[in-house]
Design a protein around this ligand. Structure first.
Ligand code: NAP
Length: 525
């Protein structure tokens, strides 16, 4: 498929007038064609108007039609074939198998949301029938359903060029909720974004939906991205990226005449707590699992285990020695962009030049551009507690081990942590009491608490929570992965004393959609 280098606004391909963006192959430094003409206020305005025009019709599409649309998007992405895989590999430096897996996850996600839409439970229908004879006051008939928030701006993530980009989790959940989507494509993979954008465009046309249901804009975050978030027709934002980017967008959203929710996933260092009995019994095997998780995808995962917190002693020494030995042999890997590589080098530099931090090991040095050399460092709990900067995310394969004097200090460090996407307990039966003592703190700190696994590898399912207190995300009440992500883009509306003929299908007394409802407080079976 020939790439045109234009924004896709509704069914049109539009060239912007701002500075052009070129993808760079991070493995070679080679610039990739075509140039992507950057959008500006004019493109934001056009896409926002189309999205607004499409909103009322799209949010009232039938459950079946919307589900078929999501499935058609998945089929159209698969139909691109090898062109998509090759372009994504060239733009990200990620291995082909990873990109193929990500395509599977992306299409699986879309199909999962199709099932969720069909089931209709997200409408959360509640009916409180009228009680005309109630004393001292009668009760009117009250009915509630959820409706879509409105057009959503989605920022594609650099580290998931498919699964969290143009047709990724944020887009799938917003479309499932009935929201038109305008994507601000990530500048690191514009060709991948165009290919996927065209697939969604085709699905919109095939399904006979209003064209404004979907647009994808190229351009700078500060111009196109900020412009979208400030636009009064945009009603919510999905973002994955840096803390500075996420907080800048939160600020814009809060300063609008009508503030809107920003669901930003920003930074997390995903602490792992090896508890004493487990550390003693299987510290070396644990070290191997830990390094494998740390090195996955050059550590460019939001769930990368960037912190290990444990009681000091022989068992922790053995764990650190083994992890260092394994890590020393680990091959370097290409990072996603020169900018992310530079940020990684600076982060590692901050640790290696810190006078209270000791370097345990570094991985193999790479010979091609933008190579991530893994790193393992150690510091004492007191020094970690004294320096907030040691909690800063180093995005890549580097982790810091915190040596604690005893269980009380482990808990003190846990209490000191910022919000996280995940926390992990490595534990055996003999650690149950220690785990029980830590658990209330861990629940307050993270969206997902794991036992005897590793945080990388996020299942897309119904029970998943990929979220957590700030700065892991901007809103700890939700998840960006899994079917519950749809609730970010919905709000409840109550219909009081509305005649049957005016009620939406989901709320009609005759229940034509066959939905399970909460009827006068009783869940229908
Ligand atoms: P980023 O710099 O935050 O960029 C993400 C998106 O937001 C891009 O489209 C960018 O636009 C836009 N943006 C950034 N700052 C903005 C601002 N002030 N106003 C409006 N839009 C803005 O993230 P990145 O490029 O993916 O990676 C940079 C760093 O983010 C990494 O080194 C890492 O530390 C962190 N990161 C974290 C995660 C995670 O999951 N925790 C994932 C990815 C990255 P442009 O196209 O203009 O750049």
């Amino acid at each position: 498929m020939t790439l045109e280098g234009k924004s896709l606004i509704g069914q049109q391909a539009v060239a912007g007038n701002s500075s052009a963006i070129h993808a760079v192959n991070p493995a070679t430094g080679e610039q990739l064609d075509p140039a992507y003409a950057g959008g500006s206020a004019a493109e934001v305005d056009k896409a926002a108007q189309l999205a607004w025009d499409a909103f009322d019709a799209y949010r009232e599409t039938s459950l079946e039609d919307r589900a078929v649309f999501l499935e058609t998007v998945a089929s159209e992405i698969e139909a691109i074939g090898d062109d998509l895989i090759q372009r994504a590999v060239a733009e990200t430096g990620l291995p082909q198998a990873r990109i193929e897996g990500e395509r599977g996850r992306t299409c699986g996600q879309l199909r999962l949301f199709a099932k969720v839409v069909r089931a209709g439970e997200w409408l959360d229908v509640r009916v409180d029938p009228a009680m005309p004879d109630r004393q001292p006051m009668p009760r009117a008939d009250l009915r509630q359903r959820h409706i879509a928030l409105g057009p959503v701006a989605v920022f594609g993530a650099s580290n998931f060029p498919l699964a969290f980009s143009v047709a990724g989790g944020d887009t799938a959940s917003a479309l499932a909720a009935g929201c038109p989507v305008i994507v601000k494509a990530h500048s690191a993979h514009p060709g991948t974004s165009e290919l996927v954008g065209r697939a969604v465009q085709k699905a919109v046309a095939k399904c006979g939906l209003p064209e404004g249901v979907f647009s994808v804009l190229f351009g700078s975050g500060r111009e196109v991205g900020a412009g979208l978030v400030a636009d009064q027709r945009i009603k919510a934002v999905g973002f994955t990226g840096s803390r500075s980017g996420g907080t800048a967008l939160m600020k814009i959203a809060q300063q609008r005449k009508e503030p809107i929710p920003v669901y930003a996933e920003m930074s997390s260092i995903n602490p792992v707590f090896p508890l004493p009995a487990a550390l003693k019994a299987r510290g070396e095997a644990m070290a191997e699992g830990f390094v494998a998780s740390l090195n996955m995808g050059a550590g460019q995962f939001c769930t990368n285990p960037g912190l290990v917190i444990a009681e000091k002693g022989e068992a922790l020494d053995a764990f650190v020695a083994k992890a260092g030995e394994v890590l020393k042999g680990s091959a370097s890997q290409t990072m996603l962009t020169p900018g992310i590589f530079d940020a990684y080098q600076q982060g590692v530099g901050r640790l290696s030049s810190h006078d209270k931090v000791r370097e345990v090991a570094r991985g193999q040095v790479g010979e091609t551009p933008n190579q991530c050399q893994s790193g393992l460092f150690v510091t004492a709990a007191a020094d970690f507690l004294a320096d907030e900067a040691l909690q800063e995310e180093v995005f890549g394969s580097t982790s810091l081990v915190i040596e604690c004097a005893d269980a009380a200090e482990v808990k003190q460090v846990a209490e000191h942590l910022e919000g996280q996407l995940t926390v992990t307990l490595q534990m055996d039966d003999a650690d149950l009491d220690a785990a029980r003592a830590l658990l209330p703190t861990l629940e307050r700190k993270a969206g997902r608490v794991l036992v005897n696994g590793w945080p990388t590898g996020v299942e897309v399912c119904h029970a998943m929570v990929h979220g957590g207190p700030y700065p892991a995300t901007s809103d700890s009440r939700t998840t960006s992965v899994g079917s519950a992500a749809i609730f970010r883009f919905l709000r409840p509306v109550c219909y009081q004393a509305m005649p049957e003929g005016l009620l939406p299908e989901a709320l009609k007394e005759s229940n034509p959609l066959g939905l399970k409802r909460l009827d006068d407080g009783q869940r229908e079976s």
